[in-house]
Design a protein around this ligand. Structure first.
Ligand code: SF4
Length: 278
């Protein structure tokens, strides 16, 4: 399908690639990382969500009797806490919206970043948008790297910059904590490293999961093997569970959020990798 579903557009973002950027969050992700802090981006379809802050617990939003939030829930809530999360765009409509700020973004050394969810999960829409923006906006992708490698090559050829997440090198651990194998991810990382596309690797620091001496050493080793000398580390977001009530779910990580961190600078320095903790 050529149209895409977007759940947020953040203007003037400064952490999603070079310069100042418009970041587009595409809905849907095949991964289920235990520490995900954007649960509203996981489902592929638009969905009704409810902000729990200020809720009167009056139950009017559920008066349709189905037990689900519906279109009627939006108007029924006296506090305006229910909304539809996910808006359908044609590639042209999204491009036209983003191009309105093109000169400002270019002047600030920035552009557009596609994030998610997992933006590679809406490949037809993504490719079409990237084609329409060619030569007009600097195009970046923030990704888990999870997609079939043939598709990754096709997307890569349309990009100016990539922010690539590396989480876990051990395949069984990756499957356990994210719900998918990391085989495609590692293959795609090698493709990226061999390409001429500028990129940065980002590693989420999840206590006792990714933030262990064994895993960080494996990542550092992989980076060196692929000629990469710099990586960014993302500290665990202690508010990761904050949005789960919004989608009617509990945040139930099985890792210990208070586990001591690994000695990151030393581990990476041993492989000649500079790091920055964001
Ligand atoms: S979300 Fe709105 S309608 Fe639903 S219980 Fe809370 S206040 Fe009432």
């Amino acid at each position: 399908m050529e149209n895409g579903i977007v759940f947020s557009i953040e203007e003037f973002a400064t952490f999603d690639g070079p310069g100042i950027r418009s970041t587009v969050f595409l809905k849907g992700c095949p991964l289920r990382c235990m520490w995900c802090h954007n649960p509203e981006g996981q489902e592929f379809d638009a969905q009704y969500v409810r902000n729990p802050n200020g809720c009167l617990h009056c139950g009017r939003c559920l008066s349709s009797g189905t037990g689900e939030l519906t279109q009627e829930s939006v108007g029924a809530c006296p506090r305006g806490l229910v909304r539809l999360c996910g808006e359908t765009y044609t590639p042209r409509a999204l491009t036209e919206r983003l191009l309105k700020n093109a000169s400002l973004l270019q002047a600030a050394g920035g552009g557009v970043t596609f994030s998610g969810g997992e933006p590679l999960s809406q490949p037809v829409f993504l490719k079409r948008c990237l084609d329409l923006m060619e030569g007009k906006l600097h195009r970046a992708l923030q990704t888990s790297g999870y997609c079939e490698p043939t598709l990754f090559r096709e997307i890569l050829s349309r990009l100016d910059y990539v922010l690539f997440d590396l989480k876990l090198i051990d395949e069984a651990a990756h499957l356990h904590y994210t719900g998918v194998s990391n085989r495609w991810i590692l293959e795609n990382f090698t493709l990226l490293a061999k390409s001429r596309i500028p990129f940065v690797v980002r590693v989420p620091l999840i206590p006792g999961v990714t933030d262990t001496a064994e895993n960080l050493t494996s990542i550092a080793s992989l980076l060196r093997e692929n000629g990469v000398s710099y990586a960014e580390l993302l500290p665990y977001n202690k508010m990761a569970g904050g949005k789960y009530a919004m989608v009617g779910r509990d945040y139930t990580p099985t890792f210990d959020e208070h586990q001591a961190p690994a000695s990151r600078p030393e581990l990476f320095a041993a492989y000649g990798i500079d790091i920055k903790i964001l």
